[in-house]
Design a protein around this ligand. Structure first.
Ligand code: FE2
Ligand code: FE2
Length: 284
């Protein structure tokens, strides 16, 4: 890692949930990424890989959904936060696309996965439901997805999952987790500005739940099935050794699911801001 890169990474602006900041990163040194970069475990590595598939396209969808309503915002603070939200998501997409290049070099059928995701989610499923619910539905789905990305970020930091991950991938996941927590209220606040319908918020959340979990399990297994380094023995071994992480993930995301259903819910209620500020400072 170059000295120039190190010094760039050490000048982070501190976390501020009231005014998120765009932090440009440059994770260039992942060409040595091992096939199973999460503690040698293929089951979890391919689950994270499934998120790498979802993120760039998903984040472009978030940006489109938010931009469609940003002109309705009169609160100058929310306007500023929307700009930062868009800037952060652009940067996340760029860095995850670099990972996709590495995964393609490892022989993973990344392009096929992305084509399938883009077609089924953004050309078929969401336009179908938008026809009945209108374009506010996409914003509602975005707010719901943001609840999950922030929840995953909080779980990652609280349990130190990123520390099990190899090299620069650890830093990328940590940086993304921190910024997801930092901007977790933005899409939700915009949705509340546009519509205070509980039905719209919850229906969008159900679709977000399907996208965030259904596609992840599907792509995780597609990665596993097309990985020549995995036989049945390793599959079951790695599945067994991922149970301790799975238990935490299922328990905490189930809690987050029911929290979002509460009529008085707001993303800021779950906090996590001091934790992310401490975590961000560990990126060297
Ligand atoms: Fe993101
Ligand atoms: Fe986000």
């Amino acid at each position: 890692m170059s000295t120039e890169l190190k010094s760039k990474k050490r000048t982070f602006k501190p976390i501020d949930s009231r005014q998120p900041t765009v932090r440009k990163m440059d994770f260039e040194t992942m060409s040595d990424l091992p096939s199973h970069y999460f503690a040698g475990n293929s089951f979890i590595t391919h689950m994270i890989n499934a998120y790498h598939i979802l993120f760039p396209e998903g984040e472009r969808f978030f940006i489109r959904s938010v931009k469609a309503f940003s002109d309705r915002v009169v609160d100058p603070q929310l306007q500023t936060n929307i700009k930062a939200f868009i800037g952060q998501e652009v940067q996340h997409g760029k860095e995850h696309e670099k990972v996709l290049e590495i995964l393609a070099q490892q022989g993973r059928p990344v392009k096929r996965f992305i084509r399938f995701f883009e077609w089924s989610a953004f050309r078929v499923m969401l336009p179908f439901f938008e026809f009945f619910f209108g374009k506010k539905l996409k914003l509602s789905v975005t707010a719901g997805m943001e609840h999950y990305t922030a929840t995953m970020g909080e779980i990652t930091l609280r349990h130190g999952f990123h520390e099990k991950t190899y090299g620069e991938m650890r830093n990328l996941l940590l940086w993304h987790a921190c910024e997801e927590i930092e901007h977790k209220s933005v899409a939700y606040d915009l949705l509340q500005t546009v519509s205070n319908s509980y039905t719209l918020r919850i229906f969008g959340f159900f679709l977000a739940s399907w996208i965030f979990w259904g596609y992840v399990v599907f792509f995780q297994h597609w990665f596993l099935l097309t990985d020549p380094g995995i036989g049945w023995k390793k599959y079951f071994q790695d599945m067994n050794s991922s149970r301790e992480y799975g238990r935490i993930l299922i328990a905490e995301t189930a809690k987050a699911f029911f929290l979002y259903l509460k009529p008085g819910f707001h993303p800021a209620q779950t906090g996590g801001y001091e934790m992310e500020d401490r975590a961000l400072s560990t990126i060297i």
